[in-house]
Design a protein around this ligand. Structure first.
Ligand code: T1G
Length: 687
């Protein structure tokens, strides 16, 4: 075995040269990795070997370019230099794939003549998630392997394909045994040699694309059907353009277009924001000061207290991954109702198969007796938001649960430390704040009480991963992170109405910024009656509720709704607003769209600064992760804290001061924000 450099080595196994890459954690294509691969292929080609096998050590094949340092892609050797060696090889090149072959990793594998993969492997071009398109020939080679339709779906969705499907579609030539990739791939390479199989080169392959030449209909239909989904994003449109070029143009021309679009995408603020978010999401799992080796406890059985909408949704998360759940209610009718709602949710979910529903339902066991929680490794309380009630429940849990069980509360604003104090084991108590509907919303806030042990915290973090939530860690404080940061913006909508701004105009501004919907549409969706007003304050929203307008679920809200739940302007709502405004004697103001946006967003930035100052959030990027996953903050802008950094904190502070004079003290800049601005710093400079 010869070391090529620190991360690659070359060995000869009979007639096959084996080029092995090992660059933890994910074999990303850093300069060192590219040097190793380039030199390795050169030496293999200069050797007497009759075939070349590319394989990776560690948990995965190459997961793509090094996102932490994209500019480094400009240094030679480039991915393309490696691909040229592979394309020009005079003997078979086989890629052996395990883990994930993503982005540039798959693009390299696409230059091999053959691909062998273990069944658990996944192959994908996820660049679109980073605001990018494949930049190493993926848009040209994948359509030549799979045809344009499948390639469009795969590259614009970014979703990886599992090896068995890849085999069925011809993207993979053979499956290897899960634990014998190297041996099976070597056998395959020898078979290729023995049979003198012709070398497949995707760049030269025409059969999958030729049939679509001169037929723009496929692309037009795809553009039309995805327009809403890809609203505001640059990369998807460029991907469609490049795949179309793969069909219409010679390979080299398509490649040149891809390169041009790739660099445009890479330079875009959108892509910068999405790459920032990629690392923000991962950093949110890191707890400063917690020993890295803190072991998570095993969670094999879960209990949920409360079969309401929240408890039921929480239970579904565990049934979905095969974990049995005991659901506790006080009354048999409530239990039966809760279970039937869960069943209904499963039956209505897209692509639901009856046997799947039955399997999941069979994991859910209802009970009226807390003693039935004795075998649970984790119990999540989801009862009425009342401190006394919750303290009582935790007192009982303390009696019912086995030692070492994690006791969690789904409270969204109560003091977790007080809840924990109702038990004799506060170290095992933690907050697991799911967002409604809990089976759908991606965010899980993990609330760390003053006495929560590192082990309990590590257990919650791992659990979040298992149920595929995006987790953020919060300290105890009113509203934790996401609800707290969103609250001043939502409170301010009353002022907007008093200034005479129509709900539809405010909603349009925020929708166009990239939110899935504006604040009024959102209130109508969640229900106008579920949000509490600030004490002693009557709002237009509470007037609406008093008039029977509870939102989409009943009577309409700020809008009226037709049978398809499309919002329509509502004269009834408008007159409630107008009466309230007139009675309050509020004057109509001229407010520009820009100012609506700035007021909405900067209130969040300012609240985020307070959340940081108070130590509720560990780092600014955690706030961004929470807002993107909890409130639909557009990831193309990176979240409120990152967004403020891009605007410039001094500009944000100046605006807030202006708004404070014009609209009131709710805009007073937070000390942390003012200080960072004065020092010329950013929130998110250091991850
Ligand atoms: N570059 C740099 N670091 C990366 C990385 C990457 N591509 N992928 C992962 N990491 C780090 C990550 O930050 C974490 O670090 C550790 O690896 C483990 O990751 C030319 C332009 C591979 C499925 O988008 O989807 O190719 O936090 O915690 O759950 O067209 O990572 O430990 O310090 O996520 O096992 C396209 C991105 C790039 C793949 C593994 N590729 N990665 O998941 O572990 S663009 C991607 C993932 C491109 C070409 C272009 C996942 C994973 P730390 P992890 P995991």
């Amino acid at each position: 075995m010869t070391a090529i450099n620190a991360v690659t080595d070359l060995s000869l196994d009979g007639e096959v040269a084996v080029l092995t890459l090992n660059s933890p954690p994910v074999n990303a294509l850093s300069l060192t990795v590219r040097e190793g691969l380039f030199e390795g292929f050169k030496q293999a080609l200069a050797s007497s070997a009759r075939a070349i096998l590319l394989i990776c050590d560690g948990p995965t094949f190459i997961a793509g370019a090094d996102i932490s340092n994209l500019a480094d892609m400009l240094k030679d050797p480039s991915i393309e230099d490696i691909q040229k060696l592979m394309d020009g090889a005079d003997r078979p090149v086989v890629a052996a794939i395990h883990g994930t072959a993503l982005g540039g990793g798959l693009e390299i594998a696409l230059c091999a003549n053959f691909r062998v993969a273990v069944p658990s492997a996944k192959l994908g071009l996820p660049e679109v998630n980073l605001g990018l398109l494949p930049g190493a020939g993926g848009t040209q080679r994948l359509p030549r392997a799979l045809g344009p339709q499948k390639a469009l779906e795969m590259i614009t969705s970014g979703k990886p394909m599992r090896a068995p499907e890849a085999l069925a579609l011809g993207l993979v030539d053979e499956l290897a045994a899960e634990d014998a990739l190297r041996a099976d791939a070597l056998t395959f390479a020898r078979k290729v040699l023995a049979e003198a199989r012709p070398l497949v080169r995707l760049r030269n392959r025409e059969d999958k694309v030729a049939a679509f030449r001169g037929k723009p209909e496929l692309f037009e239909a795809f553009r039309a059907s995805t327009a809403k989904n890809f609203r505001g994003q640059l990369a998807p449109g460029w991907i469609v353009e490049c795949v179309e070029a793969a069909v219409e143009k010679p390979f080299e021309d398509g490649l040149a277009l891809e390169k041009q679009r790739f660099f445009q995408a890479a330079m875009s603020p959108q892509s910068a924001a999405r790459r920032y978010y990629f690392f923000a999401e991962r950093n949110a799992q890191k707890v400063p000061g917690a020993p890295a080796e803190t072991a998570a406890r095993k969670i094999a059985r879960v209990g949920v207290i409360g079969a309401g909408a929240m408890g039921g949704g929480i239970a579904m998360n565990f049934a979905n991954i095969g974990v049995p759940v005991t659901i506790i209610e006080m009354k048999p009718e409530a239990l039966a109702h809760g279970l039937s709602v869960i069943r209904g949710n499963y039956e209505r979910s897209r692509g639901a198969r009856p046997e799947e529903t039955e399997k999941r339902m069979s994991l859910l066991q209802g009970s009226l007796d807390m003693a039935d929680l004795k075998d649970c490794d984790l119990v999540i309380e989801a009862v009425f938001e009342n401190l006394e009630v919750k303290k009582q429940v935790f007192g009982k849990l303390d009696q019912a649960c086995k030692p070492g069980a994690v006791l969690a509360s789904n409270t969204s604003f109560l003091n977790l430390n007080e809840i924990a104090a109702a038990t004799g084991r506060p170290q095992d108590v933690i907050g697991l704040h799911f967002f409604s509907p809990a089976q759908v919303m991606p965010l899980l806030e993990i609330v760390r009480g003053d006495k929560t042990s590192p082990e309990t915290l590590a257990t919650a973090i791992e659990l979040g991963k298992r149920i595929r939530k995006t987790t953020v860690i919060s300290r105890v404080g009113p509203g934790f992170i996401a609800n707290r940061v969103a609250s001043p913006r939502l409170a301010e909508i009353n002022s907007f109405l008093l200034e005479g701004l129509p709900p539809a105009r405010v909603d349009k501004v925020l929708y166009e910024f990239g939110f899935p919907m504006g604040p009024f549409a959102m209130l109508d969706l969640v229900g106008l009656d579920v949000i509490a007003d600030p004490p002693g304050q009557e709002t237009i929203r509470s007037r609406m509720v008093a008039a029977g307008r509870r939102g989409q679920k009943g009577g309409g809200g700020f809008y009226d709704y037709d049978a398809q739940r499309n919002p329509q302007p509502s004269p009834a709502a408008d007159s409630i607003i107008e009466d309230f405004r007139a009675a309050a004697g509020a004057a109509i103001k001229e407010v520009s769209d820009e100012e609506i946006l700035e007021r909405s967003l900067y209130l969040e930035v300012n609240e985020g600064a307070k959340v940081l100052e108070e130590g509720i959030a560990i780092r600014a990027s955690d706030i961004d992760v929470a807002m993107i996953n909890g409130y639909g903050w557009p990831v193309d802008h990176g979240g409120p804290m990152y967004y403020a950094d891009q605007i410039g904190l001094d500009k944000v502070v100046a605006k807030l001061k202006e708004f404070e004079l014009k609209y009131g003290p709710q805009y007073r800049p937070a000390p942390r924000l003012e200080r960072l601005a004065a020092e010329g710093q950013k929130f998110t400079a250091k991850p």
